[in-house]
Design a protein around this ligand. Structure first.
Ligand SMILES: [Mn+2]
Length: 285
């Protein structure tokens, strides 16, 4: 199995971009990549996970995992997907219809997988099988670059357990370096990495957390939907609700952040064009 934490050098040849939760919104991503003239030979695209479910093109999003320029961490939706399909991956045994019906995946927008079941042969489609192998290899954390340039990509939050003191709420670079050395990450840390909403919920509550956490490099994340980018304790949340952007009553969109130029691009199913704006991340308290 590949390591759950992967370290990559800075990109000196091209640019690095981060995209928020895709949830099947492949065509929106295509539009944003075209807008920024994404260079597949030199640029890299990082994803904060949750490639699948709820939106229209889940499998197409998973197929991005085969691209050499695409780097995605596992989200809670990929975790639910694997929970349902790991037995099939390991022993070719499809889940029973009851297991399917009552799975977490089916209750969270995973109905699309039904279109890939080959009932007669009790297998999934070849495209599905290929994607499943790639999902099983997704890491939980990317560490990119060193020093001032360093950033992380995770799905949700780096919350510590029983974090009561404001000075001690989240894991720092030193903790992440230790996870990297240990080559493993415990199950409860993994769970909070996928599911935590403590910090981002504070953005809409009265709780105040500073934008920068000393000792923690910029950590791009998603998982909690808002109608704009939010920065709390060095976590920069890019989940702007792409799959809900079909509704003209909201400002939801897919967001792509350009790390080098400190700006973002967004688009939605309601628009045919792209918005662009500066969003400078604060790195010193
Ligand atoms: Mn999520």
């Amino acid at each position: 199995m590949p390591l759950p934490i992967q370290k990559l050098p800075s990109n000196h040849l091209g640019k690095d971009y981060i995209v928020g939760d895709l949830h099947g919104c492949f065509s929106l991503l295509e539009r944003l990549m075209e807008e920024v003239s994404f260079d597949k030979n030199h640029d890299r695209l990082f994803s904060v996970g949750d490639l699948i479910d709820r939106g229209p093109e889940s499998l197409r999003c998973l197929q991005l995992l085969a691209e050499p320029w695409f780097y995605a961490v596992k989200g809670n939706h990929e975790d639910m997907f694997l929970e349902l399909f790991i037995p099939y991956l390991l022993n070719d045994k499809l889940p029973s219809s009851n297991v399917f019906k009552y799975s977490d995946l089916m209750h969270n927008g995973g109905e699309w997988v039904r279109n890939h079941i080959n009932q007669a042969q009790q297998t999934m489609s070849v495209e599905f099988d290929n994607a499943l192998v790639l999902v099983a290899k997704m890491p939980l954390i990317y560490i990119v670059g060193e020093g001032e340039q360093r950033f992380h990509v995770i799905h949700a939050e780096l919350m510590k357990p029983r974090a009561y003191s404001i000075d001690n709420l989240v894991y720092l670079d030193s903790d992440i370096d230790r996870f990297l050395l240990d080559e493993t990450i415990s199950h409860d840390i993994e769970d909070r990495l996928y599911w935590s909403r403590s910090l981002m919920k504070s953005a809409v509550s009265d709780l105040y957390y500073p934008r920068v956490q000393k000792g923690l490099s910029t950590t791009f994340c998603g998982h909690t939907i808002g109608n704009k980018i939010r920065q709390i304790l060095s976590h920069v949340c890019l989940d702007t609700g792409a799959f809900m952007s079909t509704d003209s009553d909201n400002n939801f969109c897919l967001t792509l952040y350009d790390v080098v130029e400190s700006k973002y691009f967004s688009t939605s199913y309601q628009q045919s064009d792209v918005n662009r704006a500066k969003y400078k991340i604060i790195t010193t308290p």
